[in-house]
Design a protein. Sequence first.
Length: 135
Amino acid sequence: MIEEAAASGTRLVVTFVRAVELEDDAAEVRRLVAPYVEAGLPVSFVELYADLATRLERNVGESRIADKRSKRDLVWSEANVRELESTYVMNTRPDHPTPAAALLADFAHLRLDNSGLTPEEAAAEIVAWLDARAN
């Protein structure tokens, strides 16, 4: 899908979660964006950040439970969020070099703390950032 989108110049928004300290994850992301880079198309990364308490609160939100079947098992879902938090580094930090940080240094990158933002407010900030880059 990504290769075909790049070949036709189609802009995509792709979301994923990755462990920023794992070289394999950074290499996979670099592989995924390669068709865009090779075609000379822009690649931008938006990294959403929220602290654990906020993520746990959102994890049981009505829309999250309705939209993601796996999140309906609340005991499993909370345990999964906590396990990921304790096992991996899930976000970049300016004082902590990682393979993901090295990757992101090659591209436009917005790290957005969305702890206090509604989804609509976060989306508006992202769109404004992308629009500013396009001009």
